[in-house]
Write a protein of this length. Structure first.
Length: 255
């Protein structure tokens, strides 16, 4: 999660105008394929009373699921980030946890990606909170052996990508975060976590967090099979509100 307040200026006695950025904790990726959704992203201007106390609650990232369940349970959603005080009430909604095998992802600031399927049909990604983020990627499965791969978690700038390719074996990337220069440097916040490759499919692609670049919002990469071994998922980058990548037997946290 990230919160920053800069460019303060006094425009009447006892008050100060500020520009703010508040990002909630990202959702955890699922061992069952769904990438975690980014934490909700809000920015704007407001007025603070200099004689008042303001409470800031920093939302933590959600825990990733483990392989303790035969159904590959969902990742946990991230926690809200909240600022309250005289004349101010701001809430960024925590990112949705990624979905597991036939377990629906959670809605959130940005929605979690859908998990693996091994029967014909479609699993939808979680939805994003209006004005704060986008939905997670969906997953389909038609026929054949093994499992589909997972959908990417939604980002603050765009939705997570769906699984794709032959029988949806290729996992979806996480959605990109939004560029913001509140710190003086243009940085993306709120990237979704990448979907996880199932390991039983023919794909050797990974679901890339925040659409695959380290500066695209802090989302973690999903797990995939390199052709030799399983490359495990990565957590979201701390301080950016990114979702955790979807794993294969390990827990991966949002940030």
């Amino acid at each position: 999660m990230t919160i920053a307040v800069i460019n303060a200026f006094t425009f009447k006695l006892g008050s100060v105008g500020v520009t703010y950025l508040v990002v909630a904790g990202g959702g955890g990726g699922s061992q069952g394929g769904g990438g975690g959704g980014a934490g909700g992203y809000i920015t704007g201007t407001t007025t603070l009373d200099t004689s008042s106390t303001y409470t800031i609650t920093i939302g933590t990232g959600g825990a990733g699921s483990s392989n303790t369940s035969t159904n590959s349970v969902r990742g946990d959603s991230g926690a809200n980030s909240v600022v309250t005080g005289t004349g101010v009430s701001l809430t960024a909604v925590g990112g949705g946890g990624g979905g597991g095998l036939l377990f629906a992802p959670f809605n959130g600031g940005s929605g979690g990606g859908a998990g693996w399927r091994n029967i014909a049909g479609t699993s939808l990604g979680g939805t994003g909170f209006a004005g704060q983020g986008f939905g997670g990627g969906s997953v389909g499965f038609t026929a054949g052996s093994g499992f589909s791969s997972g959908g990417g978690g939604g980002g603050a700038f765009e939705a997570g990508l769906n699984s794709s390719g032959t029988n949806f074996y290729d996992p979806g990337d996480g959605g990109r975060g939004i560029l913001n220069n509140i710190t003086g440097t243009s940085i993306r916040y709120g990237g979704g976590g990448g979907g996880g490759e199932s390991g039983s499919s023919s794909s050797t692609l990974n679901g890339r967090g925040g659409a695959g670049l380290a500066d695209f919002g802090g989302g973690g990469n999903g797990a995939y099979f390199s052709g030799v071994t399983t490359i495990q998922a990565t957590p979201g980058t701390n301080g950016f509100g990114g979702g955790g990548g979807a794993g294969s037997g390990v827990a991966n946290f949002g940030a």
